[in-house]
Design a binder for this molecule. Structure first.
Ligand SMILES: NC(=O)c1ccc[n+]([C@@H]2O[C@H](COP(=O)([O-])OP(=O)(O)OC[C@H]3O[C@@H](n4cnc5c(N)ncnc54)[C@H](OP(=O)(O)O)[C@@H]3O)[C@@H](O)[C@H]2O)c1
Length: 250
């Protein structure tokens, strides 16, 4: 069995990935503040290995303890592979710098960058003795490589995540059982994050109309479709470790 540790599974892309994996009877460990009740119900009846941890990823100091706990939970499972999917993320605070709340900036960078960095560190540390396939998928964004006014923290946090991917892939290349690590932009996907973007004023986010028009013209992907595209990539050799890809062009 493969074990997938996935963050941000109460809605959107992470919820769809977890659901597909539970349906496939894979081992799934989810982390988000809210529980995805329909997912937990299905996991119960599917009798797959499933655990949910209600956890706020801004509590970054507590992540090592959480990961120790998670790794002891599947000690009895006969493992083929283990994956970490850093999917949890926030777009808040949206708006020009100079008008943002300090607490919003802190929470943003903790959720989108500090928490993934610590999760990756703990995943690599705790999985080192395991002679199995190991994979980390960081959910990035086109905004990591293209600046948007009003999204400065989002662009910076996703760019930082991509640089973690590149550097850690170099570190892992000499390991006997290396951790493959990639960054993947999912495209523009109809989730609560997109709803929030559409509800923003043009003053806070000058590109708001582009996203509103995309929605009007049915130009957004659905989380289920995106999850179906992402899952086969997790334990594949392609894309290569250390790279950034956009799911729309794979
Ligand atoms: N939708 C798009 O068009 C798009 C495009 C590019 C990249 N992405 C990326 O895709 C990923 C998933 O986003 P989505 O679109 O699916 O949005 P979403 O539906 O809003 O999902 C975000 C998930 O992150 C979790 N999360 C947020 N803050 C958290 C915290 N402090 N602690 C724990 N979990 C937290 C949320 O769970 P709780 O609220 O229950 O904690 C939720 O499950 C994000 O990394 C986003 O940047 C999305």
């Amino acid at each position: 069995m493969n074990i997938y540790i996935i963050t941000g599974t109460s809605s959107g892309i992470g919820g769809a990935i977890a659901r597909h994996l539970v349906d496939a009877r894979e081992g799934v460990i989810t982390i988000s503040r809210r529980e995805n009740i329909p997912l937990s119900r299905i996991a119960k009846t599917n009798s797959s290995f499933f655990r949910h941890y209600a956890f706020d990823l801004t509590q970054t100091g507590k992540i090592p303890e959480l990961m120790e706990y998670i790794f002891t939970s599947f000690k009895e499972v006969k493992l083929n592979g283990i994956a970490l999917v850093n999917n949890a993320g926030t777009i808040d605070p949206i708006g020009p710098s100079g008008k943002l709340d300090v607490s919003g900036i802190e929470a943003h960078l903790k959720t989108n960058l500090v928490a993934p960095a610590i999760l990756i560190n703990e995943f690599i540390r705790l999985s080192r003795p395991l002679k199995v396939s190991k994979s980390i998928l960081n959910i990035s964004s086109g905004a990591a490589h293209k600046p948007y006014a009003g999204w400065s923290n989002y662009c910076a946090s996703k760019a930082g995540l991509d640089m973690l991917t590149q550097s850690i892939a170099m570190e892992q290349s000499a390991e006997e059982y290396p951790v493959r690590i990639i960054s993947l932009a999912p495209g523009i996907v109809e989730t609560s994050m997109q709803q929030k973007i559409r509800a923003t004023s043009a003053e806070q986010f000058p590109m708001q109309k582009k996203f509103a028009d995309l929605y009007k013209n049915q130009g957004l992907s659905q989380p289920d479709t995106v999850a179906s595209g992402i899952i086969p990539i997790i334990f594949s050799d392609k894309p290569e470790s250390g790279t950034f890809s956009d799911l729309r062009y794979l």
